[in-house]
Design a protein around this ligand. Structure first.
Ligand code: HEC
Ligand SMILES: [Cu+2]
Length: 348
């Protein structure tokens, strides 16, 4: 091989190899972080190795025959080689062999399909709603997890206790989404008119990112999510915080923001427990803001809530997330944005 083509080949191999590596790959389904993802991984990896073996055998045979029976310079006659047609033995062998391999894969796959669909004992239960273009979560009363009558409503960030199974019930009011946190389990479609269930569990406390995996409209790519897994103390704190209604601000910019929340139509779409309970029936579904600042991200987890500039930019122009269904009656003044942000910051 010429030196140049060797170099090109080397560059190609290095490029391919390095494209597969990322030091920080938060959505790596090959790096399972819980028992359900592990079940999938345990199936996937052996099948990969079987596929690698088949690949090497078949490609190896092709390369061998191409080289072994190539036309050589000394073959100057133009005679055709002996022409063969069909081999019953070979045909039977390469039909049965793959069927056996696939049969074996099925033997191991089928029980996992059933196991993944079973409801785990003692699971925390959460209803998940796929919305355009964010995720809504409702936790019913579950004394075993410290959740009392009235439950918990939140959005985008799904909080769970680490080390315990979580059983999700997934629905959508209008379009198809797919719930996916690659390190905790595979994808599950979220289909209007149907109720699907799915389980996730994290071995360790931590933040596991995910996203909608079914094209659902303009902002589909910006419909992300986070699963936040807590240790026992963190879970208890979170549950306690989420069951404490926010305190109405009495003065200052936050109190003015509170007034603006009705005047600017926010209350027509967003619920805040104890303050703005009645959203307009014709409004698009919007995230519950009761405990907005219990979260780190907003608007499909694409913006950082700890960065005040991000929140202000959102109120200046909610269409910065293309396709967002948050439509304001008119632009807000900078003062109104300041006051509204001050109010929102009280919603812990
Ligand atoms: C027409 C209904 C509507 C109105 C009016 C509206 N919003 Fe929204 N809002 C939404 C929707 C829908 C989303 C979710 C957007 C997305 O993520 O795609 C949203 C998202 C938000 C978020 C991010 C919440 C999260 O957890 O992701 C905040 C904060 C917010 N709105 C504040 C306000 C404020 C303040 C006002 C009043 C100035 C307002 N909204 C008016 C519908 C509305
Ligand atoms: Cu979606």
């Amino acid at each position: 091989m010429a030196r140049r083509s060797k170099l090109v080949l080397l560059v190609l191999i290095v490029a391919l190899a390095t494209a597969g590596c990322a030091a920080n790959a938060p959505q790596d389904s090959l790096d399972p972080a819980g028992p359900f993802a592990k079940m999938l991984d345990n199936l996937f990896m052996p099948v990969v190795w079987v596929a690698v073996a088949v690949f090497i055998l078949v490609e190896g045979a092709i390369v061998y025959f191409v080289v072994r029976y190539r036309r050589r310079a000394e073959d100057d006659d133009d005679e055709l080689p002996v022409q063969l047609h069909g081999s019953t033995k070979l045909e039977i062998a390469w039909t049965i062999l793959p069927a056996l391999v696939l049969g074996l894969v099925a033997v191991f796959t089928i029980p996992v399909v059933f196991d993944l669909n079973a409801k785990p004992a003692g699971a925390l239960e959460v209803s998940v709603t796929g919305q355009k273009f964010w995720w809504g979560y409702t936790y019913g009363a579950q004394p075993a997890f410290g959740i009392e009558e009235g439950g918990i409503v939140t959005a985008n960030e799904l909080h769970i206790p680490a080390g315990q199974p979580v059983y999700l019930t997934l629905t959508s009011p209008d379009v198809i989404h797919s719930f996916w946190t690659p390190r905790l389990n595979g994808k599950r479609d979220v289909v209007p008119g149907r109720t699907h269930t799915w389980s996730i569990q994290a071995y360790e406390p931590g933040v596991y990112s995910g996203q909608c995996a079914e094209f659902c409209g303009t902002a589909h790519a910006n419909m992300r999510l986070k699963v936040v897994a807590h240790d026992q103390g963190g879970w208890d704190d979170w549950v306690r915080q989420m069951q404490q209604p926010p305190i109405q601000p009495l003065g200052g910019p936050a109190a003015q923001g509170f007034e603006l929340f009705t005047q600017k139509g926010c209350a027509g779409c967003h619920r805040v427990e104890g303050a703005f309970e009645a959203v307009a029936a014709e409004s698009p579904p919007a995230p519950d803001l009761t405990h907005l600042f219990s979260r780190d991200c907003f608007a499909g987890c694409i913006y950082d809530l700890n960065d005040r500039n991000e929140l202000e930019a959102w109120l200046r122009n909610p269409q910065r997330k293309a396709g967002s269904l948050m439509v304001l009656g008119g632009p807000l003044t900078e003062e109104e944005i300041d006051n509204l942000s001050a109010y929102l910051e009280t919603l812990e």
